[in-house]
Design a protein around this ligand. Sequence first.
Ligand code: CA
Length: 194
Amino acid sequence: MLTLTDVIQVSFFKRLFIWFLGVTLLMSTAPLAITSADGSKLYAEAPPGSVIVSQGAPVTPYNGMVIHDGVQSNLTDGDLGTLSGASTGFIDLYLDLGRTKTLDYVAIHYARHWNKTNKVYVSDDAANWTEVVSGDGSIGKYEYLQNTATTSITDQNVFGALLPANTKGRYVRISADQVYVNIYEIQVYSKDAG
Ligand SMILES: [Ca+2]
């Protein structure tokens, strides 16, 4: 036979379960994306505790990309005012982080609308690449921060993408088919800052 204490305990655990269920549901549905007040930007933030590990990383043009604008070291110099780009050509280049790390997030500061195909890859040897992000700049389709109101070549913009869980790599490569894209800075985030 159930005593009053049993009933209270059952009730307590039932409430605890419901609370736990509620918190879990809330966390699983909490939006990672943030929309700006004017609705023009949609992006995911770098996870808490994740820091930029790409500053000063050597940048190498890849796959026949030709640097026409600036120098590639401008892409990891920590200065959002210094750029590098391909002018009329495509973007395809990679950063060397020095050793393999677990990577969380990539932010690319650039000018001009980041439409057409653009991708992020990781690699341990700069030869075999794993694609981790692919998109065309569509709002809501990918976790990109963007301002689609402008396509001006001089307006700065930023692309932010959360990487799939357990993404690891020493080299991070980005590619874009769009032409006349200048990039000001590439920021790779990791909790493995050493
Ligand atoms: Ca820069």
